[in-house]
Design a binder for this molecule. Structure first.
Ligand code: DC
Length: 224
């Protein structure tokens, strides 16, 4: 059966990764969370006190960053490894979330991440989610979905997730973080968040997961 590349871009906490995971599972494709890569790089910079506004220091630091995903049979998820350490737990923290968009504006960081993402797509049969996947990483992808949802719904979803890990987190903190990230992601110079001209819009504000999966599977069937 022909394999294709599916890109899912959109605003923060729209449910991109949830849909991407379900879609990949239904199709027997590999799911790649490109945001996890930017988060892992940010974690490395924070831990090692790297000044990412300094191009030379950033380029040097990136030479010491090795990223890969390993599929966890128990959680049934691909997990992010930074220099052979499973960092899945740490990269979802608000400390990383507060800095990741800033780090993701750095051209050297993007060049580094995009090259690896493109390599992962060489064999096709992947679903990758992020911000620039349909526009920059795979401009020739066969199917591009762009997701959006009402901001309050998005904050509520992310707040519930974060509250489990950290009961001190507030709704306003999460709202501020999402709005700030959306602003930085869509206003940066290098490959800002944009809906590709050939992408299909999916507003999931009032949709269940099953409805979203059904919608996406129909699009895939059309492409195949
Ligand atoms: O999808 P996420 O929330 O885990 O992404 C974290 C940040 O990484 C997001 O605020 C912007 C950046 N990002 C990016 O610039 N390009 C991507 N392809 C994916 C994520």
């Amino acid at each position: 059966m022909k394999k294709i590349i599916i890109t899912i871009d959109g605003w923060s906490s729209c449910g991109k990764s949830t849909l991407a995971k379900h879609l990949a599972k239904s199709l027997g494709y590999v799911y790649i969370d490109s945001g996890a890569m930017y988060r892992a790089i940010t974690l490395y910079f924070l831990r090692n006190h790297i000044d990412w506004t300094d191009l030379e220091k950033t380029s040097e630091a990136l030479k010491h960053v090795e990223l890969h995903f390993i599929y966890n049979q128990k959680s049934l998820q691909s997990e992010m490894y930074l220099n052979d350490e499973n960092v899945e737990y740490f990269i979802r923290d608000l400390v990383v979330a507060e800095k990741v968009s800033e780090v993701a504006t750095i051209a050297a960081v993007r060049t580094y991440a995009v090259a690896q993402q493109q390599k992962m797509g060489e064999g096709k049969g992947i679903v990758m989610d992020g911000r620039d996947i349909g526009t920059t990483v795979f401009p020739e992808a066969e199917l591009k979905i762009f997701m959006t949802a009402d901001i309050l719904i998005r904050v509520e979803r992310r707040f519930k997730e974060m509250f489990i890990k950290n009961p001190n987190v507030t709704f306003d903190e999460v709202k501020h973080n999402l709005e700030t990230r959306d602003y930085i992601d869509s206003n940066r110079e290098v490959s800002p968040l944009r809906m590709a001209t050939d992408a299909i819009l999916l507003d999931n504000t009032l949709m269940t997961m099953e409805e979203q999966l059904d919608f996406a599977l129909k699009l895939v069937a059309n492409k195949l």
